[in-house]
Write a protein that binds this ligand. Structure first.
Ligand code: PGA
Length: 250
């Protein structure tokens, strides 16, 4: 059965006291049956947020990791470090990391493999810039991102992936993809996964929409047949907004 997922991406926001207050406020949220809630937390707060949410159904994700298990990589964080803290998932290939830190398909394939080897769930982000959307090249663009990083996986590995489609023109802009635009791309993603991995994996794959998801638009987006929840940036920083978005996944 395909799960709905509402994941927050806190990005580089909050200080420790604020992160703790946000996680604590979310402990009382009623999570609809069939929905998984995941908080994408800055590395420095992971241990604390894992401990705070341990007794709840809330899961915790890192926003990045290194592909190597350890070694001379000053400032980086490995999957074994993350698993030792007890997190559940890692956001990979966010457009901000692709654009600002030069992450490409092959590096992301290595990171996906490392995260899977550590027993964590990769939340694999993809999505096109505005220029590509204007030229109607979005499907080919996203297909190249997905095939370049995920098509080398085994069926067993692919069954553990969550995909997040985040059109770059909708991230942090207040401009949301229309429910039809989201549905079209999510259907295209499921179709390419079906062609490579077969019906069962395609039908069970959770594909999240990201890009200016708000309480006011979440319900309509999440009710599209191929939209299985959201990856939420700005609105995940406010407990009430994020709770309302979680409720919209019911
Ligand atoms: P946004 O960010 O909800 O603030 O647009 C989404 C994301 O970048 O994951």
């Amino acid at each position: 059965m395909r799960r709905k997922v509402v994941a927050g991406n806190w990005k580089m926001n909050k200080r420790l006291d604020e992160a703790v207050a946000l996680a604590e406020a979310l402990l009382t949220v009623e999570v609809p049956a069939g929905t998984d809630v995941i908080l994408g937390v800055p590395h420095v707060f992971l241990d604390r947020v894992v401990k705070l949410t341990e007794a709840s159904s809330i899961m915790v994700a890192a926003q990045n990791c290194h592909a190597a298990d350890g070694g001379a990589y000053t400032g980086e964080v490995s999957v074994p470090m993350l698993t030792s803290v007890g997190i559940d998932a890692v956001i990979l290939g966010h457009s901000e990391r692709r654009a600002q830190f030069g992450e490409d398909e092959s590096l992301l394939a290595d990171k996906v493999n490392a995260v899977l080897a550590g027993g964590l769930t990769p939340i694999f982000c993809c999505g096109e810039p505005l220029s590509v959307r204007e030229a109607e090249g979005q499907n080919a663009f996203v297909e190249a991102q997905i095939s370049g990083s995920l098509f080398g996986l085994t069926d067993e590995q692919m069954a553990k992936i969550i995909v997040a489609y985040e059109p770059i023109w909708a991230i942090g802009t207040g401009v949301t993809a229309s429910p039809e635009q989201a549905q079209d791309m999510h259907h295209a993603i499921r179709t390419m996964i079906r062609a490579r991995f077969g019906d069962q994996i395609a039908d069970n794959l959770s594909i999240l929409y990201g890009g200016s998801v708000k309480p006011a638009n979440a319900g309509e987006l999440f009710s599209q047949p191929d939209v299985d929840g959201g990856l939420v940036g700005g609105a995940s920083l406010k407990a009430q907004d994020f709770s309302d978005i979680i409720a919209a996944s019911a």
